[in-house]
Design a protein around this ligand. Structure first.
Ligand code: EPZ
Length: 428
């Protein structure tokens, strides 16, 4: 099992370039097989989740050629299946986007029920409710979601829950449904806008992406398209928090400042100095690290994906902070790991109370999920002494070249292969 040895006390200084958005890339890759013509994608992050989805698309029959480190050329004139293999799908929750794109292409899709995650149940009831409204018959058996639509038809869909996945999945399927589909209570995340822009580049007619009402005029043919993925706002926010947490100073380049406003506002409240420029942001800790209250919320609120990193930062604040996790049912598994480093945190339901106190101390900890793993990296930089982080495979799922980027900023990291095999359910 791979581990990272992190030497604490390093202040991160310098410049870092942000990679393409994992969550936009996954949606757009799934959408790319909706046309039989050639698709070129640029600024794809070279991360595990993207590599897994590319392998799934190739298994379905798409031919994909790498054009440089972050670009591909995809053609799928003839897909051989609408049923991606379980052993690959189980590695990637976002495989559920294949339900929408295969439905749009074939009127059929058989996709294993996506795995749950560490944040409690991850239902897909809103996805299925929307597919059904679009004229899809749905059967769930042997762990498979079997979708069949003789002919997708436009519908007026009202999501009960603001869901990124459901919004994107239904936008994909609606692209093939004759007539105008309306999705109300849609998610407004930038990744939705990027996916809509890609679909439009292929010839779809989509209006309102980025607002809570999206209208799709479906049934139009889809053609060849070139598209560049937007920068990853969660990676950018992760480096912003790391700069403040280590009392360093980082210039984060190739960002879209608008996507970082909620994080910037909260870090400023904590006393940090944030300078948002055209395509970069300069971040450093202020004279004091002040306690703040954070409520995670759907975009443009404070992103749930940065909640574990913000919590880690606030263990060093001069006072008590309160974090409320409003998006997921239980996204506090990183609390136990932070406590091993000496953090004083109390969890009551969806609320965590963080007592700022003495600096964290290095300890053996594990990455319970992708963003919790990133939080443990920040904790290791902040901690006095050495931290041994297990389950680092989680981090490689969503952060491209993370060790090289951090080392260039002055972090002292060393990857080792521990002699202990990964326990069942633990990522390597
Ligand atoms: C996407 O997950 C992201 N993943 C997550 O990022 C992110 O945390 C999340 O959106 C929220 O921003 C990808 O884009 C691949 P949701 P998704 O559907 O789509 C409930 C990361 O680290 N819900 O917006 O699965 C759900 O339980 C990952 O990059 C239903 O009840 O999230 C949750 O409480 C982690 N029924 C809330 O909605 C449904 O049918 C938001 O989930 C769907 C969702």
């Amino acid at each position: 099992m791979e581990q990272l040895i992190i030497e604490g006390g390093q202040k991160l200084h310098g410049r870092v370039k942000i990679s393409g958005s994992k969550n936009a890339a996954l949606a757009i890759l799934a959408a790319a097989i909706m046309t039989k013509e050639r698709v070129k994608l640029h600024n794809l992050p070279n991360i595990t989740d993207v590599r897994v989805l590319i392998a799934i698309l190739e298994d379905l029959g798409a031919s994909i050629r790498r054009r440089g480190r972050n670009s591909i050329e995809l053609r799928s004139p003839g897909l051989r299946s609408y049923s991606p293999p379980y052993d690959m799908v189980k590695k990637l929750r976002a495989s559920y986007y294949l339900m929408g794109s295969l439905l749009a292409r074939f009127g059929r899709a058989e996709v294993p029920i996506p795995g749950g995650c560490d944040f409690g149940p991850r239902p897909i009831d809103q996805h299925l409710k929307g597919f059904s409204a679009l004229g899809t018959d749905i059967e769930i058996e042997h762990g498979l979601v079997k979708l069949r639509a003789e002919k997708l038809k436009a519908a007026h869909i009202y999501l009960d829950v603001v869901s990124v996945g459901a919004t994107i999945n239904l936008m994909l399927a609606a692209t093939a449904a004759e007539g105008q589909t309306t999705i109300e209570n849609a998610s407004k995340e930038p990744e939705i806008v990027d996916a809509a822009n890609f679909l439009s580049a292929m010839g779809a007619s989509i209006k309102g992406a980025g607002t809570d009402v999206i209208r799709i005029k479906g049934g139009r043919p889809l053609f060849s398209a070139n598209h560049t993925i937007i920068p990853d706002r969660i990676e950018a926010g992760s480096f912003m928090i790391a700069a403040v947490a280590t009392d360093g100073e980082i210039v984060i380049e190739e960002v879209i400042p608008k996507h970082l406003e909620a994080v910037a506002a909260k870090l400023r409240e904590a006393g940090a100095e944030i300078e948002l420029q055209a395509d970069r942001v300069r971040v450093k800790r202020g004279p004091q690290l002040l306690p703040v209250d954070i409520k995670t919320f759907v975009y443009p609120g404070f992103p749930t994906d940065l909640q574990p990193l913000a919590m880690t930062l606030l263990t060093a604040a001069e006072g008590t902070s309160v974090i409320t996790e409003n998006v997921f049912e239980s996204r506090f598994h990183h609390v136990d790991e932070l406590k091993r480093m000496g953090a004083q945190i109390k969890v009551e339901g969806r609320t965590a109370i963080i007592e700022g106190g003495p600096p964290l101390t290095g300890a053996p900890v594990k990455a319970t999920d992708l963003r919790a793993g990133a939080a443990m990296l920040v904790g290791g930089f902040m901690g006095q002494g050495r931290t041994i982080l297990s389950g680092v495979g989680q981090i490689y799922r969503g952060y491209e070249d993370i060790e090289a980027k951090l080392t260039r900023l002055g972090a002292r990291l060393k990857r080792i292969r521990s002699s202990f095999p990964a326990l069942p359910g633990e990522s390597s």
